[in-house]
Design a protein around this ligand. Structure first.
Ligand code: FPP
Length: 224
């Protein structure tokens, strides 16, 4: 059976779910947050050490201002209400992506990271203002600046995911088969699962089905 250390998720389909069910994209984001909480619990139950969630991409800035504002207010409320609880559950929160939001949100994110820094049970990497291409360009710039040889070991040091094992599983919900600039380097050997359900409809049973399927896959990593 394959060991499972890291699950990464592209949580797609909130907008469509919201429009279909409540006539509002933002209602879909709110419902999506409930799924986030369910999946965190299930990740702990499965004793998985790393969970990476794509919450906001560098491209998502192109959305209407109202939706962006709603997403960040949702995040802010979530952190304010839940960070102590996450801390008590021994969960570490790490932000991957550039923290260039409002002063208040930047502060809250840094504080949340600091508060949970030593926790060991599960590390949640929240990808916010994250884009894989800019992450890679930045890493190459660092190599050049520090006059270091271009190789995998050196490059990894400058990725946002430094010290995090590559995802074993990548899940994308929402019935779309694309990678959307997410962890392009890190998923070189991940098992990819495209799920038809929209993120707010995705549940523990769907998650466990994927985990079960993953465990039975023969992973070759280029060998035979
Ligand atoms: C993609 O669905 C989803 C997002 C861009 C936001 C993800 C946010 C959440 C799950 C809730 C907030 C999470 C936290 C941690 C506070 P989409 O809007 O692109 O859906 P669509 O493809 O149907 O339009």
């Amino acid at each position: 059976m394959n060991p499972l250390n890291h699950v990464a998720i592209i949580m797609d389909g909130n907008g469509r779910w919201g429009l279909r069910n409540k006539n509002s994209r933002n209602a879909g984001h709110k419902a999506g947050l409930n799924t986030v909480e369910k999946i965190i619990k299930e990740t702990i139950k499965n004793k998985i050490k790393f969970l990476t969630l794509y919450a906001f991409s560098t491209e998502n800035w192109k959305r209407p201002k109202k939706e962006i504002k709603f997403l960040f207010s949702l995040l802010e409320t979530f952190l304010k209400e839940k960070i102590n609880d996450l801390n008590e559950q021994n969960i570490k929160l790490k932000i991957i992506g550039k923290k260039n939001f409002t002063l208040n949100l930047n502060k809250l994110l840094k504080l949340s990271e600091k508060k949970t820094f030593k926790n060991k049970r599960l590390q949640i990497n929240l990808a916010l203002n994250y884009g894989s291409k800019s992450e890679l360009i930045n890493a190459f710039k660092e190599l050049k600046k520090n006059k270091e040889a271009i190789n995998e070991k050196n490059l990894k040091k400058y990725l946002q995911t430094k010290n995090i094992p590559d995802p074993d599983i990548l899940i994308r919900t929402g019935n779309t088969k694309r990678l959307s600039n997410f962890l392009l380097w890190q998923i070189a050997y991940s098992e990819i699962f495209f799920e038809n359900k929209l993120w707010p409809d995705f549940n523990e049973k769907d998650y466990n089905k994927i985990i079960k399927k993953f465990k039975g896959i023969k992973r070759n990593f280029g060998k035979i």
